[in-house]
Design a protein around this ligand. Sequence first.
Ligand SMILES: NC(=O)c1ccc[n+]([C@@H]2O[C@H](COP(=O)([O-])OP(=O)(O)OC[C@H]3O[C@@H](n4cnc5c(N)ncnc54)[C@H](O)[C@@H]3O)[C@@H](O)[C@H]2O)c1
Length: 266
Amino acid sequence: MAQDRGRLTGKSCIVTGAGQGIGKAIAARLAAEGASVAVVDINVRTAESVAAEIENAGGIVGAVKCDVADRKSVRAMIRATAKAFGGVDVIFNNAAVAEIRPFMEIRERDWQRIMNVNGLGVLICMQEAVKQMRRQKRKGGKIINTASIAGKEGFDVQPHYCASKSAVISLTQAGARSFAGDGITVNAFCPGVVKTELWEQLDKEFMKYGLFKKPGDAMKAFSARILSGKPSTPEDIVGLAAFLASADSDYITGQSIMVDGGMIMS
Ligand SMILES: NC(=O)c1ccc[n+]([C@@H]2O[C@H](COP(=O)([O-])OP(=O)(O)OC[C@H]3O[C@@H](n4cnc5c(N)ncnc54)[C@H](O)[C@@H]3O)[C@@H](O)[C@H]2O)c1
């Protein structure tokens, strides 16, 4: 998808989990298309460094520390963004945690940790963003959630993560129905295998459970089903993300769009 420089001019966008990986690439692309972007992460150091990088490239950005699973923190983050950029037009609920843990090894605390950030965190960010979109003068808004192929198919090596991403798809559908009357669209996108820092962690966990022998083997095995023939980079995702943030997608809501190189057809 070609980059359209002016498409997001004047738009105020939030990207959670933007301190690295997919969120970082989305923040950079939104800024390149003219948006003002709040680079949000629980890790303020990485958020600040991403914001500085984007600013140096000519973007309008701010770094905000926020734990998406903590309502107070989310409220403060949305308030700060609205104050800095005059409102909130778009929020990308992208922050998440993942881990490799076989089905029979999942303890209550593993389930709660994953669901707390990936499920509850998305719910809270959606609710608080809608409150802001409703109280500001500009009408409507866009909520875009990062789901996953793992929300469409259950993988034996991460059942709790898959359940959390199914929750994201359900929240996307329920939100689309709940907020259509406010002129707010709610969509999700589902990446497949994306080369980010996250995979370095997953790689180690695959080896810890003896599921793969050396670094890179897991990604190679998972990528075998990808019709495009290779895993993706965050840059493969950002065209769709910018489209969903723009007026070009105004007639789309409640959808969870695959961006996985044809790994899963759903
Ligand atoms: N990498 C992949 O292969 C892949 C595939 C499908 C879906 N996804 C999804 O894409 C999104 C981004 O993935 P990534 O690969 O860039 O991950 P990543 O681990 O590289 O980055 C995630 C970011 O989220 C932040 N974060 C974690 N918990 C947070 C919290 N409570 N509050 C605020 N920020 C928090 C982290 O600090 C980190 O900067 C996630 O939703 C992930 O589930 C990734």
